[in-house]
Design a protein. Structure first.
Length: 326
């Protein structure tokens, strides 16, 4: 029994002997150091950004703006010439001015109406939709009447009841620059508003005669005046002036072959001369030719400071024909 107990003890020691050294070699558990409070943090200081570096080199150019189409209507390029027939029915008048030294009456309406007044025009396009034009108008007529009062006309005095013949000629020339004012840019618009800058020349000539008054005596000898010259009852005179003109014009291009147009311009010096003109027309174009039909008016008055002055307002229908180079 004692031998059995000793043997069991030895076997137990042999069985547990490999695990004992390993357990004996395990280190004791480490003790955690006491936690230290976190250090107080200082707020970060604001930093000044570094100076901006100067960029070297050439900045690329911006892309070009898109081109706006510029549509030019017929007559806005090249040059043109034209003729016109005007049919006024009014007649100008003559009267004494502030410079007259006589007391007799002088107010007289010149007789007759022109069959038609002749007109001509030449123009050239300048720049974008602008134009330079030269126009000329010539109206002449003659007629007769019997005066009811004594009249002083130039150097002649006609007693009441005298049969008189009259004639007159009105000439008007105008050089104008038509400047496109609106719209700008034109693009494809069909309406035009232009300002007119012009200089004009107007001349009025008239004459008088008494064809029924005798020029010879009963023997057939010519009658003589106080200077010993053959007696004559005819006399004539003329007045003219040059002045600037300012105005406006409008045009509507309904289509490539049809245009409506109107223009008006004028200028006045108080107690001297004044001038204005106006026209409105419908224009039909075919190829290089354009036919015009419309109405036109012209008013003029020479200086009232002279001994005689002429005045008139003439308005009527007109028809014209133009030829365009393009």
């Amino acid at each position: 029994m004692k031998i059995f107990s000793s043997g069991f003890l030895c076997l137990s020691l042999l069985f547990f002997s490999p695990a004992w050294p390993a357990r004996a070699q395990q280190p004791p558990p480490a003790t955690q150091p006491p936690a230290t409070p976190p250090a107080e943090q200082t707020p970060p200081q604001e930093q000044t950004p570094p100076p901006e570096q100067t960029r070297l080199g050439i900045r690329p150019a911006p892309p070009p703006l898109p081109k706006i189409p510029d549509v030019r209507q017929p007559g806005e390029t090249g040059y043109w010439i034209g003729i016109m027939a005007w049919f006024p029915t009014e007649s100008p008048t003559i009267n004494k001015g502030h410079g007259a030294t006589f007391t007799d009456a002088s107010l007289t309406t010149l007789q007759g109406t022109p069959k038609f007044a002749e007109g001509a025009e030449i123009g050239i396009a300048l720049g974008l939709h602008n134009a330079l034009r030269l126009t000329y108008l010539d109206a002449r007529a003659s007629g007769n009447f019997t005066n009811t009062t004594d009249l002083q006309l130039f150097s002649q005095t006609y007693t009441a009841g005298t049969y008189l013949t009259t004639d007159y000629r009105v000439q008007h020339a105008k050089l104008e620059f038509d400047y496109l004012t609106w719209p700008y840019p034109v693009e494809s618009r069909k309406f035009r508003l232009k300002t007119i800058w012009a200089v004009q020349y107007t001349s009025i000539r008239n004459g008088f005669d008494a064809p029924l008054l005798p020029l010879t005596d009963s023997s057939g000898n010519p009658l003589l005046d106080s200077s010993g010259n053959p007696l004559s009852y005819a006399d004539s005179g003329s007045r003219w002036f040059i002045s600037p003109m300012l105005g406006l014009g409008v045009a509507e291009y309904v289509s490539r072959h049809f245009r409506l147009e109107a223009n008006a311009s004028g200028f006045a010096i108080p107690h001297h001369n004044n001038i204005w003109d106006a026209d409105a027309s419908a224009n039909i174009r075919y190829g290089h030719l354009e036919f015009q039909i419309g109405a036109k008016a012209l008013h003029f008055q020479t200086s009232t400071k002279s001994d005689f002055f002429m005045k008139g307002t003439m308005a009527a229908a007109f028809a014209g024909l133009r030829w365009y180079s393009q």
